[in-house]
Design a protein around this ligand. Structure first.
Ligand SMILES: *[C@@H]1O[C@H](CO)[C@@H](O)[C@H](O)[C@H]1NC(C)=O
Ligand SMILES: *[C@@H]1O[C@H](CO)[C@@H](O)[C@H](O)[C@H]1NC(C)=O
Ligand SMILES: *[C@@H]1O[C@H](CO)[C@@H](O)[C@H](O)[C@H]1NC(C)=O
Length: 315
C-alpha cells in the first residue's frame, strides 16, 4: 500500500463519493480521458470492470521489435466480404469514431488471416498526435507514425453485438493501419475529413458512402498478436492485425483532425489530438507475421518502413 501515490487515494476517494451520490457505475463510462487523473494511468482504478487497464499482462498497444518477429507460414491472407459502409462520424469526446450501421445489404466482414471466425466491422477509430512526431498507438522499432486507424470488427459467429463481444473470448479483431503525412490528399479519407467539419465539437454526422477497399493500403502482409482494447475496459479479447504499409494522407487532412475538440463549444481549448494510450510490455507474447523474409519477394523490403528481422533477410 505504501507505493500507492497520494493522488491515487484522492482519486479513489472522489470516485467513492461520486459512487455513493449516484449509486451508478454506468455513469463512469464517460469519465475517462488521455491525461491527468482520468488518464491511462488511472483507468484501472476508475471502475472495477476496468481492472485489466492496470493489471493486465496482455495489453495493447505495444512497440513491435522487428528482431523478435516470427514468420508463421500458416497465416493466411486476410479476406474481406463486402466493401461499402454507411454510418455516423461521432465525436464522443475521447475519440473520433466512424460508427457503422449494421445493414443486411451493406457492411464488411473480415475472415482468414490469423482468425477462424467471421468478424463484422462496426467502428473505425482514429488516433493522432498534435504534430507529426507521434500519434500512432503502436510503434515499429520505437518509431511512431503521425496517426493510426483502427478498424474494429467483432466476432459475429459467437456474439450478437460489439458490446458483448469486446468482453468475451475471441471477441474482437482490430485491423490497424498507420497513416503517414504527405502532400497528396487521400480520396477516401477525405470523406471522413469532410464530415469532421460537422463534428469539431461533441456531435455526430451521417456518412452516406464509404468504401473500405479505397482506404486500405495495397498489401497482403501484416503483423499479428493477441492483445487488448486500447481504451477502457482494456479487455484482453483482441486479435490485432497491423498492416505492413501505411496509407498517406495530406498535411491539410491531418490538420483538420488536429482541430477536433474533446468537449462542447464552451471548452474549445481541449483538443482531442494526443488521444493515444502509452505502449505496454509485450511480456511473453509472440508477435507473428506472414512476411517471409527468407525469400523476400514482398515489396516491404524495398519500402523498408519497418526494418525487420535482418536475421532472416539474408540469402
Ligand atoms: C457479415 O456477417 C453478418 C453476420 O454474421 C451477416 O449478417 C452479413 O450478411 C455479412 N455481410 C457480408 C457482406 O458478408
Ligand atoms: C448485446 O447483446 C447482448 C446479448 O445478446 C444483449 O443482452 C445486449 O442488450 C445487447 N446490447 C446492445 C447494445 O444491443
Ligand atoms: C466547413 O465549415 C466551414 C464553416 O463552418 C465552411 O466554410 C466550409 O465550407 C466547410 N467545409 C466543408 C468541406 O464542408
Amino acid at each position: 500500500m505504501t507505493d500507492c501515490p497520494k493522488s491515487q487515494w484522492i482519486l479513489i476517494l472522489i470516485l467513492c463519493i461520486v459512487q455513493i451520490v449516484t449509486g451508478n457505475y454506468g455513469l463512469w463510462a464517460d469519465w475517462w480521458s488521455y491525461e491527468g487523473i482520468s488518464g491511462p494511468e488511472y483507468w484501472g482504478l476508475l471502475y472495477p470492470d476496468w481492472l485489466l487497464c492496470s493489471k493486465g499482462r496482455n495489453q495493447s498497444p505495444v512497440n513491435v521489435d522487428p528482431k523478435t518477429l516470427l514468420f508463421d507460414p500458416s497465416l493466411d491472407h486476410i479476406m474481406f466480404k463486402g466493401n461499402e459502409f454507411t454510418g455516423y462520424l461521432v465525436n464522443n469526446g475521447h475519440d473520433i469514431t466512424f460508427d457503422i450501421e449494421e445493414l443486411r445489404w451493406k457492411g464488411v466482414n473480415i475472415t482468414g488471416g490469423p482468425v477462424s471466425y467471421n468478424y463484422r466491422i462496426k467502428e473505425i477509430r482514429l488516433h493522432f498526435g498534435t504534430d507529426d512526431s507521434y500519434g500512432s498507438e503502436h510503434s515499429i522499432n520505437g518509431k511512431s507514425f503521425p496517426a493510426e486507424i483502427h478498424i474494429m470488427a467483432y466476432n459475429s459467429d459467437l456474439y450478437s453485438n460489439i458490446t458483448e463481444a469486446e468482453k468475451s473470448p475471441r471477441g474482437m479483431l482490430i485491423l490497424a493501419i498507420f497513416a503517414q503525412t504527405t502532400d497528396v490528399t487521400h480520396g477516401e479519407f477525405e470523406i471522413l475529413v469532410n464530415a469532421m467539419n460537422k463534428t469539431k465539437y461533441k456531435d455526430s454526422t451521417k456518412v452516406r458512402e464509404f468504401y473500405l477497399s479505397r482506404l486500405l493500403p495495397p498489401t497482403d502482409y501484416y503483423i499479428t498478436y493477441e492483445g487488448s482494447l486500447t481504451h477502457p475496459g482494456c479487455y484482453e479479447t483482441v486479435t490485432w492485425v497491423i498492416l505492413n504499409k501505411p496509407i498517406y494522407i495530406s498535411k491539410k487532412q491531418i490538420d483538420t483532425m488536429r482541430k477536433l475538440n474533446q468537449a462542447g463549444r464552451k471548452n474549445p481549448q481541449m483538443l482531442m489530438a494526443g488521444n493515444l494510450r502509452p505502449r505496454k510490455d509485450v511480456n511473453q507474447r509472440t508477435i507473428r507475421t506472414n512476411i517471409n523474409f527468407h525469400n523476400h519477394k514482398c515489396s516491404m523490403v524495398q519500402h523498408m518502413y519497418y526494418s525487420v528481422n535482418n536475421k532472416y533477410a539474408e540469402t
